[in-house]
Design a protein around this ligand. Structure first.
Ligand code: HEC
Length: 137
C-alpha cells in the first residue's frame, strides 16, 4: 500500500517537468548555453582554461574549475559575478570582452552568500550556477 504515494509522486514530478519543458520560451538562455557562447572560447569547454583562442592571448585564461578549491572549498559566487559584471564597464582594459548582453533582461533576487538578496540579472545567476557544476572536488 505504501508504494502508491511514491508512484504518484514520481508520476507528478514527471508531469511537472514535462510542463516546464513545454512551457519554455524558445529563446530562453541557460548558464550552460551562455557559457559556451561567451566563455568557452577562452576558458575551454570544461572551464580548464584551454579554449581554442587561449593560446593567442597574452594572458592565460584562468582555470575556472578550481575557483572553489582555491577559495577554501567555497565557490566565490559574488566574486565571479563581479568579475563578469565589472568587465562590462571597462571596455578594452581587461582581456575579457564586454559581457553586457548577460547583464540585460530580467533580474531575480539573489543571495550570493551574505544573506542579502540583491536584484541580479538572471543570466548572470544561471551562469554562476553553471560554473559551480564545473568545480573539481
Ligand atoms: C577573450 C578570452 C576570455 C573570455 C571570452 C572570457 N575570459 Fe574569463 N578570463 C580570461 C583571462 C585571460 C583571465 C585571467 C586574466 C584576467 O583576469 O584578465 C580570465 C579570468 C577570469 C576569472 C577570474 C578567475 C580567477 O581565478 O580569479 C573569471 C571568474 C572568469 N574569467 C570568468 C569568465 C566567464 C564567466 C566568462 C564568460 C562570460 C569569461 N570569463 C570569458 C579570458 C577570457
Amino acid at each position: 500500500m505504501h508504494i502508491m504515494p511514491v508512484v504518484t509522486a514520481v508520476g507528478l514530478s514527471a508531469l511537472l517537468f514535462a510542463c516546464v519543458e513545454y512551457g519554455k520560451p524558445p529563446e530562453k538562455t541557460t548558464g550552460a548555453h551562455d557559457y559556451n557562447d561567451y566563455c568557452a572560447a577562452c576558458h575551454g569547454p570544461t572551464g580548464k582554461g584551454d579554449g581554442e583562442t587561449a593560446a593567442g592571448l597574452g594572458k592565460k585564461p584562468a582555470d575556472l574549475t578550481t575557483l572553489a578549491a582555491r577559495n577554501k572549498g567555497a565557490f566565490p559566487t559574488t566574486k565571479v559575478m563581479a568579475q563578469i559584471w565589472g568587465y562590462a564597464g571597462k571596455k578594452g582594459k581587461g582581456v575579457m570582452p564586454d559581457f553586457a548582453p548577460l547583464l540585460e533582461g530580467d533580474t531575480v533576487p539573489y543571495d550570493g552568500g551574505d544573506g542579502i538578496a540583491t536584484p541580479t540579472p538572471i543570466r548572470l545567476v544561471e551562469l554562476a550556477e553553471y560554473l559551480k557544476t564545473l568545480q573539481v572536488k
